[in-house]
Design a protein around this ligand. Structure first.
Ligand code: 4AD
Ligand code: MG
Length: 499
């Protein structure tokens, strides 16, 4: 057998005979030729099998999608082929022949795909998302590692709440009730007093009882904590981190973004400085006539798009009825399914807009901003916007009130553009023992399990702060995904635990 090669490296083997090992992604036949589209995890390669080589030809004709196989052949440069090369096949080896792959190349609804997530991961779209996710994680780590931060692994089993008791997952710990970590922050604060600049990166858990396109019950968060940092410095770090991550993905994964149909010009605008507004200014935007005029116009535009799509759907359905060839019908069925889904989604968006606009007008100072408000605010800006100074009563117990206005805290949320919502939440921490104790009592928290945390305010307290960036929200934004469920290999959502 000719030597093994990976599809990614084929260019360097031009003119030589190699063997690919992988899976049959798809195939096409015409006349006396079969085109096998083979993937091996590093790329896709078109392999040309001619009837003049009967043994591989018969095998190629017989094998179905996702059969595992080896293909040997001579590498030929071809600018039209994906990856710039194709293989002129001399031999095909069957590892396992498959003839009924559940996710055949026809249209499936999202529930079916989610039930087959373990197989769905093999699609071009999902592999592109997984690579971008990896790149974002690597970029975040590299950012902190090269800026003097020490990685601290914080525990997952924890005795108490840090982000509100309402979203805790209880675990039976030898008869005691403990909880899955909502954040690494409290532990990170103690490591911060030891090392100055630290970060943690791990899975976090929230029993979110809402089914939204932005919430998972298990998600990954990267959290830096910085000694002596005040709010302004925290915003600078957050801005630098996000720019670094976006630039890395643009540099290394443009082809994946293209596979996903992402409009990269929106990402190319992600440069400092990000607009910074206060919560009070954000509330003013929710009430502002110019914002509502723009929303009304946007709603009209979306209605027009919706009507165009409905017309297009009727045309495709007619075409499907009259299509003669099986492959034409299959391709049309796929397009129709995608269009139907887009129409359904847009109908929901357009249908909700009047209510969201009315809610925005009635939004009262003092409430936390929710996803709908964030969407409206984000569409006012062409890059992420940082909102500071939320009402104290809407935020976590550890946030430090502003000396200038004790009703608001020294916090910041970063809202992604294009309606992707909050990607970062953070704050300066309350560093005064008495103030923190008083706040915990007001919140009805039992201070006993938090004595270790309060010790940080007893022994050498200093101003400090940090933030958390949600990886999946960031992946959704960078990849331009409508729903967070595709941003993580095996999503955990309310009502979804399988596979
Ligand atoms: O704003 P959050 O709750 O902040 C914290 O947990 C702080 N302890 C972080 C810190 O200061 N060290 O969460 C931070 C980010 C959000 O901005 C969002 O990106 C993500 O975590 N996030 C979620 N992502 C997916 N599903 C959920 N249910 C999420 N909840 C928060
Ligand atoms: Mg938050």
């Amino acid at each position: 057998m000719p030597p093994h090669a990976q599809i990614r490296d084929l260019q360097s083997h031009a003119g030589r005979e190699v063997t690919l090992r992988g899976w049959l992604h798809g195939k096409r036949s015409g006349g006396k030729i079969v085109f096998l589209l083979v993937r091996d995890g590093t790329g896709l390669c078109q392999c040309v099998v001619e009837a003049s080589t009967p043994e591989p030809y018969d095998l190629a004709k017989r094998m179905g999608q996702e059969s595992s196989l080896t293909v040997s052949g001579v590498v030929r440069r071809d600018d039209r082929a994906p990856g710039g090369c194709e293989l002129a096949v001399t031999a095909v080896g069957e590892i396992q022949s498959v003839d009924t792959y559940p996710i055949a190349r026809k249209a499936h609804g999202v529930d079916f795909l989610m039930d087959h997530r373990h197989l769905w991961l093999r699609s071009l779209r999902q592999t592109a998302i997984l690579r971008v996710r990896h790149a974002l994680i690597r970029s975040a780590r590299e950012f902190f590692d090269s800026n003097g931060f020490t990685l601290i692994d914080t525990p997952i089993l924890t005795p108490g709440a840090a982000e509100g008791a309402g979203t805790l997952f209880p675990v039976d710990y030898f008869g005691d009730e403990v909880y899955l970590a909502q954040t690494g922050q409290l532990y990170l604060e103690s490591a911060c007093m030891a090392l100055g600049r630290v970060y943690c990166f791990g899975p976090t858990f929230r029993a979110e009882k809402s089914k939204t396109r932005r919430h998972l019950t298990e998600f990954w968060m990267v959290e830096p904590e910085i000694a002596f940092a005040e709010l302004g410095e925290l915003m600078d770090w957050a801005e630098r981190l996000v720019c670094h991550m976006v630039q890395d993905v643009l540099r290394q994964h443009r082809d994946d973004l293209q596979t996903l149909g992402r409009d990269v010009t929106a990402l190319e605008r992600v440069f400092p400085p990000f607009p910074r507004i206060t919560y009070t200014e954000a509330v003013e935007l929710l009430h502002a006539p110019h914002v509502h005029e723009r929303l009304a116009k946007q709603m009209e535009e979306r209605r027009t798009t919706l009507n165009q799509w409905i017309g297009e759907l009727a045309r495709l359905e007619e075409e499907e009825r009259t299509a003669r060839k099986g492959w034409q019908q299959e391709k049309l069925a796929e397009q129709i399914q995608a269009l139907r889904e887009n129409i359904r989604d847009l109908e929901v968006v357009v249908g909700n807009m009047p209510r969201h606009m009315a809610d925005a007008l009635q939004f009262e100072w003092g409430r936390d901003l929710g996803g709908d408000e964030e969407t409206i605010i984000s569409t006012e800006f062409d890059r992420p916007v940082i909102i500071t100074g939320y009402p104290k009563r809407a935020k976590a117990f550890y946030m430090k009130p502003s000396p200038a206005n004790p009703d608001v805290v020294l916090n910041m949320d970063m809202i992604a553009p294009e309606g992707y919502g909050e990607i970062i939440g953070g704050s300066q921490r309350e560093d005064n023992l008495a103030v923190l104790e008083k706040k915990m009592t007001e919140e009805g928290m039992d201070p006993a399990p938090y004595q270790w945390y309060l010790d940080l305010r007893r022994y050498g307290t200093v101003p400090h702060g940090g933030f958390g960036l949600g990886i999946e929200r960031t992946v959704a934004w960078i990849c331009g995904l409508k729903h967070i469920r595709e941003t993580i290999p095996f999503p955990r959502l309310m009502g979804r635990m399988q596979p």
